[in-house]
Design a protein around this ligand. Structure first.
Ligand code: COA
Length: 124
């Protein structure tokens, strides 16, 4: 089972990463960051899975671990923006419990409340 590593980039930004097993491969498997960590809420950014490793559940694993970490830290909710055309990311976020709030240009703004479990069990 791969583990998510959490790195404090600066006090306001947490960086979450899944590393590759192969030492010769210096690319990360998957990563994202949450900004405004010092606030009750936070903003998820730069969600990315290595193109060679997509559709293997790593994006879901990374974000599930990030959400669990955020809940543990008593954060009340998180937000993010996803491009309208990015069906893969939108479906992933939706399956984890993120809900679209409004559309801003080409972006859908999504939020999740962390006070209680919402979704995250199925594939949406
Ligand atoms: C979006 C992204 C993070 C998904 O990562 P991933 O590891 O491939 O996703 P997973 O294998 O964990 O899949 C989880 C769910 O996402 C959705 N999904 C992922 N890839 C998909 C695709 N190509 N088409 C449709 N749905 C997809 C599915 O709902 C999937 O659940 P399922 O496998 O049960 O059907 C990855 O494609 C990526 O890095 N894309 C480029 C960067 C990007 O767009 N980041 C998001 C910016 S908002």
């Amino acid at each position: 089972m791969k583990e998510v590593v959490v790195v404090d980039l600066i006090t306001t930004v947490k960086f979450f990463l899944l590393d590759v097993d192969k030492p010769q491969d210096d690319r990360m498997l998957a990563s994202c960051q949450v900004t405004d960590w010092e606030q009750l809420g936070g903003w998820v950014q730069l969600v990315h899975v290595n193109p060679n490793c997509r559709r293997q559940g790593y994006g879901r694993l990374l974000l599930q671990e990030m959400l669990a970490y955020a809940r543990e830290a008593d954060k009340t909710g998180l937000g993010l923006a996803v491009r309208k055309h990015n069906k893969a990311a939108y479906q992933l976020y939706k399956s984890l419990g993120f809900v679209g709030c409004y559309v801003h240009g080409q972006d859908i703004i999504m939020t999740i409340h962390l006070g209680h479990q919402e979704g995250g069990q199925g594939s949406g």
